[in-house]
Design a protein around this ligand. Structure first.
Ligand code: CTP
Ligand code: CA
Length: 226
């Protein structure tokens, strides 16, 4: 089984990658976000571009620098990410949803800075739209790859997300493990398909994880098309 890249194996394919942590504003100077660095998503976008794909990277808050040869679309909130992804979904061949999308957003966004008072402040949150689930419902020809960030029962939750969101593959990482997940340069992931666990990767640099994931994805896309 090969996992090295050919420069052309995704030539002619349109790839959408989402990355980073969404930012949900409370007022003009305050927001809710998460620990995602965006590095995994950026590495995946680069790995897809290295294989000749036409890559658009939709990035929320991130510390990663832009990638040469990859179109970068910056967004802030889950709502903006949804819009940016849907706009490009029909023409996409492969969608990789590596972003850490907020599950909740403030019900109200104050137009002016919230002033303090002596009372307790209660912030009401409502659910965001599940972007990946929406894509799964509208899937026609696209190959859909989701992520699952878990701290327990990795396989069960990953398989549940795969089915619920109609994904072709789910990349699961145990974010409570050393060397895995949100902020570091390495990750430890397992890949799930409809038949269950497909591949467990050792702790690797995120660039290497991305290369191996893309090889797996390409294999699966070919199988699906055959
Ligand atoms: N996701 C999304 N839109 C959301 C929330 C999540 O597209 N509003 C996507 C993420 O980008 C990821 C996958 O769904 O690819 C799984 O995200 P995760 O947070 O692990 O799962 P959730 O379904 O949000 O469930 P929970 O956080 O309760 O585990
Ligand atoms: Ca979530």
């Amino acid at each position: 089984e090969q996992w090295f890249a050919s420069r052309t194996e995704l030539a002619g394919k349109r790839v959408l990658v989402t990355a980073g942590g969404t930012v949900e504003r409370l007022d003009p100077v305050r927001y809710l976000t998460n620990d995602s660095s965006g590095k995994m998503g950026f590495a995946l976008a680069e790995a897809a571009a290295n294989r000749g794909a036409d890559v658009t990277l939709i990035a929320a808050r991130t510390t990663a620098p832009p990638i040469e040869g990859v179109k970068l679309v910056r967004v802030e909130s889950a709502e903006q990410m949804l819009e940016a992804v849907l706009e490009r979904y029909d023409s996409a061949d492969l969608v990789i949803k590596a972003a850490a999308v907020a599950d909740y957003q403030p019900v109200a966004q104050a137009a002016a800075k919230i002033k303090k008072s002596d009372e307790r402040l209660v912030i009401e949150l409502e659910r965001t739209t599940d972007i990946l689930k929406t894509l799964g419902e509208r899937k026609t020809h696209q190959f859909l790859v989701g992520f699952a960030a878990e701290t327990e029962q990795l396989a069960q939750y990953a398989m549940d997300k795969l089915a619920r969101k109609n994904c072709d593959l789910v990349v699961a990482n145990d974010v409570s493990r050393d060397g895995a997940g949100f902020n570091g340069d390495t990750n430890v992931v397992e890949v799930f398909g409809e038949e269950g666990l497909i591949e467990s990767l050792p702790m690797l640099h995120k660039r290497e994880v991305a290369e191996r994931l893309l090889s797996r994805i390409v294999l699966r896309m070919r199988e699906k098309a055959a």
